[in-house]
Each structure stands twice: as C-alpha cells, then as structure tokens.
Design a protein around this ligand. Structure first.
Ligand code: ADP
Length: 446
C-alpha cells in the first residue's frame, strides 16, 4: 500500500486490522498492530511526505508471525521517526526495528500469531489475499467510527479493571483488619497466659520456700530431740548394767530378767537416737566431707576385720574381695566406711544362708562398689521406698539376733553418698538376694 496523504493513514490502519484479523490475531492484538502501523506511517508521512507499507506472513511452522514493513523512500534518522508526540509504539508489538539499506529506511514490526490460529500455507495465503482484495476499504469516517468504538471498549475495560482493583483493595483491607484483630486477640491471650504462668511460678516459689522451711524445722527438731534424749538413755543403760552387776545387791531372777529387758530397750532407743542424730546432721548440710586420697584396699580390709565376728554362722560366708591395687579414690574415708558398713550390716541382717559379697571395680572413670547378698530380696515396687525414712519392708524379718533396726540406715547412706558426689542404687528380686551399688567419682571433692 502506498501512503501519500493523510487520508491514506486511515485506510492503512483499517487494512492492517483486516489483515491481522484474517491471519488469526485476537481483537486486542489486531488493534495494537493497526495502531502501531498507523502511528509509524503518520510520522513517516509527516517527515518525508510518503511511505510504502507491506504485510508478510513469516515462518513456515508455528508460531508464525505477521510482519509489517513501512518503507521510507529517503533515509530517515531516529529523530525523524520520533518527532512530534512519540508514542511508545514498541510496546504494542513483539518486535520493532529500524534498518537502513539502499538509500531507504525500513521500519519493521511483527506480532506473533496465537497457537489457535490456523497455519498459513501458500494456498491459504493466496485465498486470504483474494478475500482482502475483494473488499474495498471504507471511508476515513468509517475507520474513525471503528477507532472510536475501540477506544470506548478500551476505556470500558480500563474502568472495569479499575473497579476490580478497587474491589480487591477493599478485600485486602478487610483481610488486613481481620488479621490485625486476630493478632490483637492472640497477643491478649498470650499476655493472659503469661500472667498466669508468672503467678504460678510465684506460688511455686512460695510453696518451695515453705517446704524448705518445714524441712529445716524438722531437721532442727530431730537434732535437738535426739541430742537431749541421748544423755538420759545412756544413763538408763548404765544404771541397768549397774543393777545387774554381780557386785551390786543380788536381784531375784525375775528382777534380773526385767532389768535386762530395760537395758535391751534402752540400747535399741540409743541406736535410734544416734541414727536420727546422724541423719539430721547429714540433712542440715552440717557434714563437710574432708577430702583425702583413700586406699580402698585398706577400707575393705578394715571392714572385713570388724564384721567377720558378726558372720560366724553355719552355711554363711562374708566375702570382702580385695580390690586390685592401686585402688585409690579421692573421698572421705570415714563417711565412705560408714556407708559400706551400713550396707554390709543390712546384708548380714537379711541373709540366712549363702553369702554377702563386697567388691570394687573401675567403670568408665567411676568406682563401682557393690554389696550383694543371697538373702530375702526386696519386691521391685519397694526399691525406692526403702530409701524413705523409717520405711521397713513388712515381710522382711531380720535373721535372729540381728536386732530390729530403725529404717534410717539407707536414707542416711544415700545422703552420705550424695554428699560424696555419687549415687546409691539397688537391684533385687524377692527370694534371690539384693545388690546395693555405690557409684563414686575417682576424684571427688571440690
Ligand atoms: P533398717 O535396716 O534399720 O531397717 P534400712 O534403712 O537400712 O533400715 O533398711 C530399710 C529396709 O530395707 C529394711 O528394713 C529392709 O526391709 C530393707 N532392706 C535393706 N537392706 C536389705 C537387704 N540387704 N536385703 C533385704 N532387705 C533389705
């Protein structure tokens, strides 16, 4: 098509739209490429007074494109093309390029056909060309009317997009308000919970302070009471011994039996008082271990010597295994001996036949000292209870002559082991004996 006057711009725009429609471009794209074309043609007409326009189908296979060349008969500069009111024409098409050759300037623009468009074969192109040739271009007024329609449609679309945007904005604001409200509610709830937790902690602190106070009062009472009791009970034992002494006035057999009963009871009472005093002392934290290097061989040897006399029963043996030297531990010898003696005593007390065996072995940087017996054993559900003050297993009766005990030995032993930085545990089965294990660090102390 040739452009020589302003009227031609309308025609070329209309043709551009018709070609784009025939090739299968969608309506919006038809308007875009027709607008770009008419704008470039208008500028060229203004700059050099004319132009040639040609339409081409490019590409053999999909995606094919519609290419429009606008050729200026004389060379043009970029400034010539953008003079006046430059439109961002490039944005309306897929490609836009300007080339200069053989004293002409060509502005080439193209738009890709949609995948839905029918493929353009030479035959189809011939048919389309014939179809287009058969229609005569309308008047500039017709094109102006069409352009107006397009403008109205475009404006409509812009308005509906703006409305949609406003609606989305309102929705977003609503959502935001919702989120803010939820956030407010959550932080209030969190604050409420926090207040509750703080109050709970305060109450807990108060309760544990009360408990500590009560425990201290109990310990003080035990210490005072047992201390006060010790002197009169010792006096009773002394008096009973004096009464029964052969050098005193002779007693009748019945009197002698009763005095012996008094002495036995008083001796038991003194044992209880002493145990209570020991435990109260351990609990009040007034026992300070004196840390030293202790030779376990010596401790074991001493215990073997002092307890052998208590183990002179038939079908029974006390075995204190010699630890493999050098068996050194940093601990408090007196407290450690007291713990082990206590455990050995219990073993002797609750084992009629078989043996009580004490051994020491190093295990992963700790000394493991165990006292095992073949005695009555302890039901599993009572393994922790026996460490409570005054608790004694009801079914376990000590061997005759071993005394009744106080139920304070194990709690005391566990306290001492804790003071020495270790632990005291039991494993036992009724009828199969018990093993008490003391685990201590090789280097205890501060
Ligand atoms: P006591 O021996 O003076 O009763 P303990 O605190 O030493 O107090 O022991 C508490 C209880 O644990 C004992 O009364 C006994 O029932 C049980 N017990 C302790 N050692 C053994 C053991 N070696 N075998 C069986 N029962 C034991």
């Amino acid at each position: 098509m040739t452009i020589r006057q302003a009227h031609d711009i309308f025609v070329v725009r209309q043709r551009g739209r018709e070609v784009a429609a025939a090739l299968g471009l969608e309506e919006q794209d038809q308007i875009r490429i027709a607008t770009a074309l008419s704008e470039v043609a208008r500028q060229m007409l203004a700059a050099v007074g004319g132009a040639e326009v040609s339409f081409q189908a490019v590409g053999r296979h999909a995606p094919q494109s519609l290419q429009v060349d606008v050729v200026s008969p004389v060379p043009l500069t970029q400034a010539d093309l953008t003079r006046g009111d430059p439109l961002p024409v490039g944005r309306l098409v897929d490609t836009l390029s300007v080339s200069h050759a053989d004293a002409v300037t060509v502005v080439t623009m193209s738009r890709r056909l949609p995948p839905s468009a029918a493929r353009l074969t030479p035959e189809r192109l011939d048919a389309l060309r014939a179809e287009l040739a058969a229609t005569s271009p309308g008047s500039p007024l017709d094109e102006l009317a069409a352009q107006n329609q397009q403008l109205i449609a475009a404006l409509d679309e812009v308005r509906s997009q703006r409305d949609e945007l406003a609606r989305l904005n309102a929705e977003l604001q609503e959502t935001n308000r919702g989120v803010l409200a939820l956030y407010g509610q959550l932080s209030e709830e969190l604050e409420e919970t926090n207040r509750g937790v703080v109050a709970l902690y305060a109450e807990l602190d108060e309760k544990s302070a009360q408990l500590r106070g009560a425990n201290e009062a109990k310990t003080r009472f035990l210490a005072n009471a047992s201390h006060e009791l010790r002197a009169p009970v010792t006096a009773i034992i002394g008096l009973a011994r004096l009464l029964a002494d052969a050098s005193s006035d002779p007693l009748t057999a019945e009197q002698l039996r009763q005095v012996e009963l008094i002495r036995g009871s008083a001796t038991d009472l003194l044992g209880l008082v002493n145990d209570l005093l020991d435990l109260a002392k351990a609990e009040s934290g007034r026992i300070e271990p004196s840390w030293e290097d202790v030779d376990l061989c010596a401790v074991f040897g001493q215990l073997r010597g002092t307890l052998r006399a208590l183990a002179s029963r038939p079908q029974f043996e006390l075995v204190v295994e010699e630890p493999e030297p050098p068996a050194l531990i940093r601990s408090d010898e007196v407290l450690l001996s007291r713990v082990l003696r206590n455990l050995l005593h219990n073993g002797l007390k609750f084992t009629e036949r078989g043996e009580v065996r004490m051994r020491a072995r190093l295990d992963d940087g700790r000394w493991e000292l165990s006292v095992s017996d073949t005695g009555v054993g302890i039901p599993p559900e009572l393994h922790e209870r026996i460490f409570e003050e005054f608790y004694q297993v009801p079914s376990a009766t000590p061997v005759p002559g071993a005394g009744t005990g106080t139920g304070l030995g194990l709690p005391y032993a566990r306290r001492l082991v804790t003071l020495l930085g270790g632990s005291l545990t039991v494993s036992s089965e009724p009828g199969r004996g018990s093993t008490f294990t003391v685990r201590l660090p090789v280097r205890g102390g501060p």
